[in-house]
Design a binder for this molecule. Structure first.
Ligand SMILES: Cc1cc2nc3c(=O)[nH]c(=O)nc-3n(C[C@H](O)[C@H](O)[C@H](O)COP(=O)(O)OP(=O)(O)OC[C@H]3O[C@@H](n4cnc5c(N)ncnc54)[C@H](O)[C@@H]3O)c2cc1C
Length: 398
């Protein structure tokens, strides 16, 4: 199979690259490169520029405000964002809710919810996991009871990324417990400002706040915020988990991290020589380069097969496992290379107007925070153990 991009797609890549290099503010680029979390305003400064260009919802058809790009163009677009250290697009709206509504939503839902996703005015979070339902998601218990024109929701959702900066949650709730656990689940859109909805920040080991636990006490959700039929939420959930598969390996962002690692080992010295000349570091970096190249080729192979009409299916789990392992490995090597400089918690030095001096070089600032933070990669979006089960059963037939 030929996995080279056509001339048109290569020209498109140049157009995207030129746009990003002209319009991405240097300070945003620097913060992304360093691994800093951006606040909503930080994201929006860049998002508005993309929006003027019509590039915020790359996977939507033109009739709903998307650019109508091919899969290859979408891939190249995300590749260039990552390569040039541009922020990711805001979570969940463009990649999950948009395609879901285009496929299954009512006309009212499309008109109400799609435009503010494209403009970045409304952000979304995903309310699936619960304190006792993660890998076994279908066992979820957050309950919704129909009362006239509203569902009344009671229960809790946990590990919700960006709940504190989101306007809406798409939540799986239980509307019936009488059948099999996959039945009786319904998908609701819940306004994050609803009375009865409260949040508890969860501060992760790296000191960051990106996830929350949400509590629902008699939260009233209008019936028009239900997607599709009552009790069919499990099939919409499966659809949602399948739409964003190409690109899950994050090859380009790993490439950026690898470049950073190389800068560090070229600058840090041990016994009078750059670490890059240390045979162990040189070996580890070579190994990572080879693994990343192999992953990129695998991802492109899937991309071109999907463009040719075949379904990606469970092979996507391979991309998730290898991609996350590589990213975690890079953060481990960065910490190894920095030694003591990786130790201080320098997050306060990043605050605006901070008068706390940085310890060590700039590239050491968030090294251990990134190392700890990226442990999450093998847990969320279905843990790597679960992905391995999928590969064993559905790909290898074991
Ligand atoms: C940073 C972060 C962000 C997240 N964001 C969101 C979000 O926005 N929305 C959301 O809904 N959820 C989110 N999650 C939740 C995430 O999807 C779950 O944590 C994940 O699915 C695992 O579920 P669990 O935590 O309940 O662990 P469990 O399911 O209890 O698993 C515990 C351990 O057992 C292993 N295990 C479980 N079952 C099996 C099995 N059958 N075979 C082999 N091993 C198994 C798991 O791999 C894991 O190592 C997030 C999680 C993290 C860490």
């Amino acid at each position: 199979m030929d996995i080279a991009f056509s001339k048109d797609v290569q020209a498109f890549r140049q157009e995207v690259r030129a746009f990003i290099r002209t319009h991405l503010p240097d300070d945003i680029k620097h913060r992304v490169e360093r691994g800093e979390e951006l606040d909503r305003e930080g994201h929006m400064g860049w998002h508005r520029k993309l929006c003027q260009k019509g590039w915020t919802v790359p996977n939507w058809p033109t009739e709903y405000g998307g650019p109508g790009w091919s899969l290859a163009q979408q891939y190249v677009f995300h590749d260039e964002l990552a390569f040039n250290c541009a922020p990711r697009l805001p979570w969940y709206g463009w990649d999950m809710i948009g395609p879901l509504l285009i496929e299954y939503g009512s006309d009212w839902q499309r008109q109400r919810f799609l435009p503010p996703i494209a403009s970045g005015e409304e952000w979304w979070c995903q309310g699936f996991s619960e304190p006792n339902s993660g890998s076994d998601l279908a066992s979820l218990q957050c309950k919704a009871v129909l009362d006239g024109e509203h569902y009344v929701v009671n229960g809790s959702k946990i590990w919700i990324t960006a709940a504190h900066v989101s306007d809406w949650m798409f939540a799986l709730v239980r509307t019936d417990s009488s059948g099999k656990k996959q039945q009786g689940i319904t998908l609701l859109f819940i306004d994050m400002r609803s009375p009865g909805l409260s949040r508890r920040p969860i501060i992760t080991f790296d000191g960051g706040h990106e996830i929350d636990q949400c509590y629902f006490q008699d939260v009233r959700v209008p019936i028009e915020n239900r997607v599709g039929e009552e009790g069919k939420g499990w099939s919409y959930a499966k659809y949602l988990l399948s739409v964003e598969r190409i690109g899950t390996a994050d090859v380009a962002r790993s490439g950026t991290m690898l470049r950073r690692l190389k800068t560090i080992v070229a600058s840090e010295r041990a016994q009078g020589k750059p670490l890059l000349e240390d045979p162990w570091f040189a070996d580890q970096i070579a190994l990572l380069e080879i693994e990343l190249k192999a992953l990129e080729v695998t991802e492109l192979r899937y991309l071109f097969e999907t463009e040719a009409g075949s379904d990606l299916g469970p092979e996507a789990s391979i991309l998730k496992i290898r991609g996350t392992e590589i990213q975690q490995r890079i953060t481990e090597l960065i910490v190894d290379a920095l030694g003591y400089y990786a130790c201080p918690d320098l997050r306060p030095a990043l605050w605006q107007d901070a008068n706390i001096p940085a310890v060590g070089p700039d590239y050491a600032m968030l090294a251990s925070a990134s190392y700890f933070n990226l442990r999450k990669l093998s847990i969320f979006s279905g843990s790597n153990e679960i992905q391995k089960n999928i590969v064993a059963k559905a790909v290898l037939g074991l």
